[in-house]
Each structure stands twice: as structure tokens, then as C-alpha cells.
Design a protein around this ligand. Sequence first.
Ligand code: GAP
Length: 516
Amino acid sequence: MAQEDIFKKLVSHCKEYGYVFQSSEIYDGLGAVYDYGQYGVELKNNIKKYWWDSMVLLHENIVGIDSAIFMHPTIWKASGHVDAFNDPLIDNKDSKKRYRADVLIEEHMAKYEDKIEKEVEKARSRFGESFDEPLFRSTNPKILEAKEKYDALHTRFAAAMQNSDLNELRQIIIDSEIACPISGTRNWTEVRQFNLMFATEMGSTSEGALKVYLRPETAQGIFVNFLNVQKTGRMRLPFGIAQIGKAFRNEIVARQFIFRMREFEQMEMQFFVQPGTELDWFEHWKNLRMKWHQALGFGESNYRFHDHEKLAHYANAAADIEYRFPFGFKEVEGIHSRTDFDLKQHQEYSGKKMQFFDPERNESYVPYVIETSIGVDRMFLQVVSASYYEEDLTKEDGTPDSRVVLRLPAFLAPVKLAVLPLVKKDGLPEISRKIIDELKFDFNCQYDEKDSIGKRYRRQDAIGTPYCITVDYQTPEDQTVTIRYRDSMEQERIPVTRLRDIIADKVNLRELLRKL
Ligand code: GAP
């Protein structure tokens, strides 16, 4: 099945099983805004806990805060967001659709990459074991031609972005013959800059109202609290401040479900270091963050780093961690070496010193900062994309059967175990309820007695419950139950008294954190 079809199914699965709903659905929705349902919120909370504990629990020099969404508007002037948090946009005059000019070009470049990968895959299946991939990549004429076109376009595009040259961006779109996906025409407007911040007013009278912004990143709440935390927590460099919270961006291109939203959540950590040590810390955090992703077991080859060629004016190094989504490799997290830019700007605009007194060096200075920044929603999409499987379970005698299963890492699963009485009578529901009453303090449990046991297993597979406990007629006799494992579908008979230990061992966050 084509990857796009799998993605469509994944999106409907998220809706059908209470993971993600379109916001304001009964009013036909609101563009790029989503609500999380009863299972979605549990998964999201578990992702946040994995991140929070990996930062705050595992590092004695990292602490957390929760700063307000509204902040003094001068903060956004100081940070550069008022003047420079822009996307280049272009409209198609026929379809009246608006696009990000840079995204149109990037998508066009990705087509060359796809072409190269398709050629490689074709050759791999043709040559089998004897396939020499490096040789093929460096000699095949079709690949060389696609690569040459890609490189030329890439050089031109990087220069245009570096120089914020809007005319050149438009010219690249024209020269590359990029057409509007809706109208199919190349009837484009000029490229214009568009600021992504949402503004509103604070105050009771229109004359006295203050124009404030919904924060477009959580990071600035950390920067402006840097000295509060440093002093009250008696922190010494290097140290970090972590925060999870909502951010808002008026995205022009809002597509691919929860990949790009107008209201989303970030998990950000700013790590304050001595000037001159920042590039070593940058490497450290790059590697640690990659380990955090890979510990989930979704396959190392599904991740890659993408080093930024165009650095933001405040950064001296930056890299993305990309995951192979069904629609290609895309950014999930950014690691940025932000120098002393933000603290210095706030020092200048607020007139307050943002310096750390270093007792070892007996001097005060503005620290440098390494930032790790990941979107909760994008991480959510990574987790569900990696976990969604459609399995053919056709029996040996040819009877067709299949299942959809979310192979979520056990710690992340919204429901850890379902307790299912084989029948709705003869005391089996009561025994099942008793088991839940014992286990509900430790795990998110679900009781289900409706439909056949096979249907109930499928329902739990679809929401990703790792363990199903079946209470049958043997249970009242010897206090044993069957435990069914979601991924292997194997079943085992075990004493009720062992349930807590068996499940606790498998759903524990500790095992995941130990891998870091
Ligand atoms: N403080 C740095 C910062 O905000 P960014 O690269 O703009 O950097 C960091 O954003 C992360 O936030 C991204 O890697 C992505 O996971 C998430 N993110 C950014 N914009 C988003 C959007 N519109 N919808 C969902 N997630 C988004």
C-alpha cells in the first residue's frame, strides 16, 4: 500500500479510536487546530513524562518551570520575533491558494531525492545480494542526472534563503516550473513576508489596551526567568531549565494532520554554559537527544540528523533530528547553539543585567545557551506512525482474518491492561472488577465485557493496550487468568497474584530511562 494511503488510514484510526479529533468539528472544524481524545491525552501525557523525567529526573543540574503564555510584548521585540519571525508566502492567482514559497521549492527538491531512492530500490531488488549500493549511486546515469539537478537547485535555494531574497525565491519557482497542486497553473503572485505571531489585546479599554502576543515558542519564558531560577535554585553553570507548554503560530501551510498546527505544544530545554564550551555541549545534546528517540525502538535507520546550512542570525550551530514519517523524513526536534544572543537582547531591552557570577573565574558574564526543542504533537505523530500496523492473519485453511494494531512502547500506551470476563455471568464480571480494583492504583486499566472475546482483543489491539487479562471458568477454581500479549498474541496462564509484578516490570519508565 502506498505510504500516503497508510497515512490517511492512520489519521482516520486516530479519530475512530479516540486519539485525535478535529477541533470544533460540529462547526466544520478550524484549520490546523486539533483536540486530543480520551486515549490521545494519555499518550500525550506519557510522552511528556518520558521527556520531563529524562531531563529533570536524570540531571541534577536541570530544573523545570512553567511560565505564562502571555508575556510583556517587548520580549518579542528583543527576541527578534516581531521583526523577523516571518515565512515567505506566495499565492496562486487561479486557485487563490496560499503557499510557503520555501516549502514549494523544498517539496520540489524532495522529488529528486525520491527519484534517486526509487532507482536504488529497483536496482536492489534486481541485483539481490550482489548489489553494490555505493558504486550504483556514484555511476548510474539517471541518479547522477537527478543529483546534479538537485544540487544546482539546492545551491540557488540556500543562497536565496540566506539573503532573504524574495524575488529570487519566486524566480526559482518559475524556473523549476512548479505548478499549484490545486489549479495546476503557474500563475503566481510576488513573494511576501508574513509574520507568524498571533496578536491580541490586554486591558479593559480600547485606548489603554496593550497589544500582546500568544507566544510562538516557550523558550523566551525560560530566558526571562534565567536569573530567577539561577539565584533561587543556587544553580551553577552548566545548568538547564526545562519547560513544557503551548505555543501558537499562524502557519500558512497547515497540512499533514498534527505535523504543522496553529496551536501546539513544545518541550524545550535551555542549557546555560560557559562561553567557549558551547560547541562541545551542542554535540553532547545532539547525541543525547538522538538516543532519547532511538530508545523507543522504532528503528535506527528511521532517524537522521539534518545540519542547518542557513543558520539563524543568533546561532553558531544547529541541527534537526528527522524521523521517516509516511510522507518522508521530516523534522521532529531542533538542537540549537543560540550563543548569548537572547540573554544579551533581554539585557539591552530591559536594562537589567542577565549575567552569571562565576565564582571559579571570579567574574560575571552572559552565558551561552544550547537549546533542545521538540514538539509534543510531532512526537505524538512519530509514535503513532511508527506503531501503526495492519496485519494479515489469514489462517492456514484460508479463512481470512486481519487486525490493526498499535504497537506502542508499553510505557507510552494509554491503557496498560484490559480485564475481560469470558462471559457476562457466573461471577466472572465480579472477579474481573476485583482485579481492576487491585491494579487501578498502579496502572490505567480498562474493563470490557461487550462482544466476543476475539472482538474485544481486536479493540484493545487497535488502541494499543499491551496486555489483555481474561477471566474464565478456571479462575474461581485456581485463581489463575490468561494474559495475552498484544504484539505476539501469545497467551500464558498465570496466578492473579503475579499480575502486578509482571505488568509493572514491562510498563516501567525506568527501563526506558536506563537506556539513556
Ligand atoms: N525555540 C526554538 C523553536 O521553537 P522551532 O524549530 O521553530 O524552534 C521547535 O520549533 C519544534 O517545535 C519543531 O522541531 C517541531 O517539533 C515543533 N513545531 C514547530 N512548529 C510547529 C507547528 N506549527 N506545529 C507542530 N509542531 C511544531
